[in-house]
Ligand binder design. Structure first.
Ligand SMILES: Cc1cc2nc3c(=O)[nH]c(=O)nc-3n(C[C@H](O)[C@H](O)[C@H](O)COP(=O)(O)O)c2cc1C
Length: 133
């Protein structure tokens, strides 16, 4: 499994992760669930109308945290907008429940991928594992 696949598998097993952004000097965090590897990149999905989307447009620095099976992952990097139809369609296919609210051709659906990502998997019993993608 590649580094990006490993990070995505962890997020999918956890089902819910927490996405932190910055709004000026104020951290913002919320639960997210979408994660997909597309073209060897880790993508997440949101709506352009959301505050989280506006925060990432102003400052792409972001961090994700999830806890699963006694381990936690942090992924720090930049989340970059990708307005192509293909990754949006792939995201909706991999998370069919999104189709009730989003389509690959609407003006709201947004997918973003991690750039310059560093993932750290930690536990109370083992040394942290750090990898990049
Ligand atoms: C378990 C869970 C998973 C969620 N996954 C997503 C997601 O993948 N993308 C998304 O845009 N919103 C998702 N949401 C909703 C966001 O948490 C919610 O819209 C949040 O308010 C967005 O942050 P903002 O208000 O700062 O824009 C999820 C909510 C829950 C409870």
């Amino acid at each position: 499994m590649s580094n990006v696949e490993r990070a995505c598998a962890f997020l999918n097993e956890a089902q819910t992760y927490y996405l932190a952004t910055a709004e000026g000097d104020q951290p913002r965090v919320r639960p997210f669930g979408t994660a997909l590897v597309f073209e060897d990149r880790l993508y997440i999905q949101t709506g352009k109308v959301k505050d989280v989307s506006k925060q990432l447009a102003a400052n792409p620095k972001a961090e994700i945290c999830a806890f699963q099976g006694g381990k936690w992952i942090r992924i720090a990097g930049e989340l970059i907008n990708d307005d192509r139809r293909e990754p949006k369609a792939a995201m909706l296919e991999s998370h069919p429940s999104l189709k009730a609210m989003y389509s690959a051709d609407d003006d709201n659906t947004q997918v973003l991928y991690f750039r310059n990502a560093t993932a750290t998997i930690s536990s109370f019993t083992e040394a942290p594992e750090v990898f990049s993608f």
